[in-house]
Design a protein around this ligand. Structure first.
Ligand code: ZN
Length: 499
């Protein structure tokens, strides 16, 4: 058999995939099992590996292969998608000069260290020059990568290919207006009781419950693991997809919903088409779609009354004293409490997207050069008051609260809110096509929704960019109306208010 260009290409992209997976296992080990003393050596190992990945991706031989394959006859859709996606990754890698990549890596490491000290000290002034430097470099990278309308597009494209700042803005604009109206509608509604969430819950029993729950959802523990780490995460692809959570004995929802959230991510990775393993087609299409899977399972299924109709008696059996005076309805209201707060990671489903709008407005202005770091603390307060009606007194819970800008990730935030919007749109389509979905969830049966997601979202891999994937799965391009409808209906019922 003659060795074709595509075979040669396949060999190279599989090698690249393996190197990325190995990098993932080094990260998993670092966060789950590695002794603290190993961090210096580990940083060196990871730097070596990313150098190797960069070298392989920018190899001129791969470039020649991609050129020839671009107009090669006889490639099927999946093969053409592998060529297109590899071309995209490679273009991003070759366009930015190596000296800039290295300078950015050094600046990020330094900025992260400064941010770690600046946040608890509420000291934005020490962080500002580092942020300014990162923004300058990010703009320079955007100029090298190229963009259609504004520098922010080039950065967003790394996380949500196929989306532009203008397209995000078009979706976010009505979202902000509607959510603010819903918040106003909830003002003055009686507060649900939440006292029982902060009683003491034995971590070992929490773990037992989480493990059984994620197995019910369809997460395959023969091809996965559940461990503990400081921050929950999911890592891996195909036949080895691992998740972590953290058990807080004094706040029951923490691990419970983190487990469902991470299982949602893991179901996506486990559900990618095995026929395309170790190629772009066997990988997730975007961070927004990834987040749609975690949010759909965590919030739309996992925080629904029907879900807890089935699971609350089981949870109560595991914690008979702690939950003796609590009903399933009270539990559902408690885990869906809406309360505008200063901190994004603690936000509820209604206010979460508003936190993202604050960040999107600010980072877009930063990257496009409309504001400098000096004006940020005040701009942050102004945007918070605009969207959430509250503002932090300090910068610790203001402009310093997130890690993203400190590690140079500009353009990442929108993917969180896009995930919510995609999830609601997928849920609506699913409800149309699985009329007994609510009844199924109410019996702890998740086969039908999982199979629906497998077919429409997981197995297509990177065949189409996210907006097109959503359009094909739901019959309409992404927009905010589905999410707004979902929020109005759910919270109108929970709070007994006309929203
Ligand atoms: Zn997530």
């Amino acid at each position: 058999m003659t060795r074709t260009d595509y075979d040669d290409f396949l060999y190279r992209i599989r090698e690249l995939h393996d190197l990325h997976q190995i990098d993932g296992w080094l990260q998993w080990d670092q966060q789950v099992t590695m002794p603290a003393g190993g961090s210096g050596d580990r940083a060196a190992q990871m730097a070596t590996l990313s150098g190797l990945i960069h070298e392989r991706l920018t190899d001129p031989r791969l470039g020649e292969l991609l050129d020839r394959l671009a107009d090669a006859p006889g490639l099927d859709d999946a093969q053409a998608a592998n060529v297109r996606e590899t071309r995209r990754d490679r273009d991003r890698a070759v366009r930015v000069p190596p000296a800039l990549v290295q300078a950015f890596a050094r600046a990020k490491a330094l900025a992260f260290d400064v941010w770690q000290a600046a946040r608890p000290a509420d000291d934005f002034r020490s962080f500002a020059p580092h942020l300014e430097e990162l923004v300058r470099m990010a703009r320079e990278m955007a100029a090298h990568i190229g963009y259609a309308h504004e520098p922010y597009d080039a950065l967003l494209d790394e996380f949500e290919p196929g989306m532009s700042a203008a397209a995000v803005q078009a979706v976010f604009q009505p979202l902000g207006t509607e959510l603010r109206g819903i918040l106003d509608g909830l003002e003055g509604a009686p507060e649900p009781r939440t006292d029982f969430l902060t009683r003491t819950y034995d971590p070992a029993r929490q773990q037992t419950f989480c493990r059984a729950l994620i197995a019910d959802l369809g997460y395959d523990l023969e091809r996965g693991r559940l461990d503990e780490s400081a921050h929950p995460f999911t890592i891996g692809n195909g036949d080895d997809v691992r998740i972590t959570v953290r058990y807080n004995p004094r706040f029951l929802p923490s691990a419970l919903f983190a487990a469902i959230h991470e299982a949602g991510h893991a179901l996506y990775e486990q559900g990618l088409d095995p026929a395309h393993r170790r190629t772009p087609m066997g990988n997730a299409v975007s961070l927004g779609v990834h987040e749609s899977q975690s949010r759909l399972w965590e919030n739309m299924i996992g925080r629904s009354p029907e879900f807890w109709a089935h699971y609350f008696p089981r949870l109560q059996a595991l914690f008979p004293d702690e939950l003796a005076d609590v009903s399933a309805a009270e539990f559902v209201r408690a885990v869906n409490v809406v309360r505008p707060s200063l901190v994004r990671v603690e936000a509820d489903e209604v206010t979460y997207a508003l936190h993202i709008l604050v960040r999107f407005d600010i980072e877009r202005a930063l990257v496009n050069g409309a504001v400098g770091p000096d004006g940020l603390p005040e701009l942050w307060r102004e945007r918070m008051r605009h969207y959430l009606g509250i503002a932090p007194a300090d910068d610790r819970d203001g402009v310093l609260q997130d890690i993203h800008w400190a590690i140079g990730s500009f353009g990442y935030f929108p993917t969180y809110a896009l995930g919510n919007l995609y999830a609601a749109q997928l849920r609506e389509a699913m409800l149309r096509e699985i009329p007994d979905l609510v009844a199924q969830v109410g019996r702890g049966l998740f086969q039908k929704p999982l199979e629906w997601l497998r077919e429409r979202v997981h197995r297509p891999g990177r065949l189409h960019p996210a907006p097109e994937l959503i359009r094909r799965a739901t019959g309409a391009p992404p927009d905010a109306s589905h999410f707004i409808r979902y929020i109005r209906t759910k919270y109108g019922a929970l709070y007994n208010q006309a929203l």
